[in-house]
Design a protein around this ligand. Structure first.
Ligand code: BGC
Length: 416
């Protein structure tokens, strides 16, 4: 009798242990998606994994595009305790690829799921290191957008701006109506988001030669002077409390009608939608004047790290899940971005999302997709840092436009 009880006890312990193994499967994910819109998009990824019995250990590092996630990541990898996956942008992905043994090789899943065919080459450039897939791109965002409060726009009899003068005209109209014309979060990365658009609006060749090829003549050209002058003009339309403000709080100003517009990437749309706002009814999305037809793109990638054998299955499921057709639709509807694979129908997307997808396709076909300066898709991180320093110092009144051009040339030179 006793023997039997013991047997039952042992076998249920074995069953419990095997269930535990299943339940213990989880992914640990480092990211900076801490705003309301971002969190609701991330929940879709989390829920998809949960359905497969995979748990989620969250490692959020707030701070938007300027977050210190890389510093946190470095400490974890150096301590031989990497997370399963980390959100990353552009050249930072390639920097991690260079570190021996740090990142996982996703070639098997990529081949099985046909990533080579589905993902645009401009993104693959940042998902692969030396030809090997090391990251799964979850979206394509673009930064050359303006988000306008529709009620305020109508109140001032606004006209959709199609060039710089009309943009300034609309800002003036908001000012005259007594609302903050431009909602802005005074953090270096957000200033460079505006810079992305201004540079592109001064010409595609200028964007390419100054900010991708880093041609010294373009960097010191009259167009660069004009770019800084325009940054200075926009500075006059922000409120007194802009300094240090998070991007989503600036979005909230537009959502609530306290400000007329925000120049920000399409993660801002995630905030509007999360607040129950509807495009064309409550807000208007337009491309920054002068950049219509082109996209300043960036893709959030989840770089997969070399983890313990016991964690590899969950990691594979996460990579596979990220690239799933249905997931890419649902996630990007919530996130405000376009899917990272080109075969996702736009049927579930709202009008701004449909425009994002169409713009991406057209700009991809016409060679008018430009990597974002602000988000490390134009130049490697050291150059990006040099640009951040000068743009933000100028925006905060440390340099005149002419001095900023000089400083920019020196700062970029010092990284060569
Ligand atoms: C990321 C977006 C994110 C935004 C604000 C950008 O760097 O690419 O996914 O929503 O920062 O946090």
């Amino acid at each position: 009798m006793k023997k039997n009880i013991l047997k039952v006890a042992i076998s249920s312990a074995i069953v419990a242990a095997s269930l535990n193994v299943k339940a213990a499967e989880s992914v640990e994910v480092l990211h900076w998606w801490t705003s309301g819109g971002e969190a609701s998009a991330l929940d879709i990824l989390r829920a998809g994994l949960q359905e497969k019995g995979i748990g989620w250990q969250d490692m959020p590092v707030a701070g938007g595009g300027g977050s210190q996630a890389t510093t946190v990541l470095r400490a974890r990898v150096t301590g031989n305790n990497p997370p399963t996956a980390a959100q990353m942008l552009g050249y930072d992905v390639l920097d991690w690829g260079k570190i021996d043994g740090a990142v996982a090789n996703l070639n098997d899943i990529a081949a099985q799921e046909n990533w080579d065919e589905l993902v645009p080459e401009a993104l693959q450039f940042f998902s692969k290191y030396e030809g090997n897939w090391i990251a799964a791109p979850v979206n394509v965002h673009s930064s050359n957008w303006i988000w306008i409060n529709k009620e305020q726009f109508e109140k001032v009899n606004g006209k959709i701006p199609t060039n710089w003068d009309e943009l300034v005209g609309l800002l003036d109209a908001f000012k005259a109506a007594g609302i903050t014309p431009l909602a802005h979060g005074g953090q270096a990365w957000q200033e460079v988001v505006i810079f992305d658009s201004i540079i592109l609006s001064l010409g595609k060749d200028f964007y390419r030669s100054a900010m991708i090829d880093l041609d010294p003549a373009a960097i010191k050209s009259p167009k660069m002077l004009e770019a800084f002058k325009r940054m200075g003009t926009l500075r006059k339309y922000v409120d007194d409390n802009f300094s240090g403000r998070d991007w989503n709080l600036a979005s909230a100003m537009v959502i609530e009608g306290k400000a007329g517009m925000q120049i920000q990437g399409d993660w801002a749309k995630g905030e509007f939608v999360n607040a129950g706002k509807v495009p064309d009814e409550d807000f208007i999305c337009i491309r920054y004047p002068g950049t219509e037809g082109s996209t300043v793109f960036l893709a959030d990638q989840f770089v997969m790290f070399e983890v313990d054998e016991s964690k590899k299955n969950a990691q594979k499921e996460m990579a596979k899940g990220i690239m799933g057709l249905e997931f890419q639709s649902a996630f990007n509807v919530a996130k405000g971005s376009a899917p990272a694979r080109m075969d996702v129908p736009d049927s579930a997307f709202d009008s701004c999302g449909k425009k994002a997808i169409a713009d991406l396709k057209a700009s991809n076909a016409s060679g008018s997709m430009f990597g974002s300066i602000a988000h490390g898709h134009a130049v490697p991180s050291i150059v990006k840092g040099a640009i951040y320093d000068v743009v933000t110092a100028h925006f905060n009144g440390e340099y005149t436009a002419a001095e900023a051009v000089e400083e920019l040339a020196v700062a970029i030179d010092s990284t060569r």
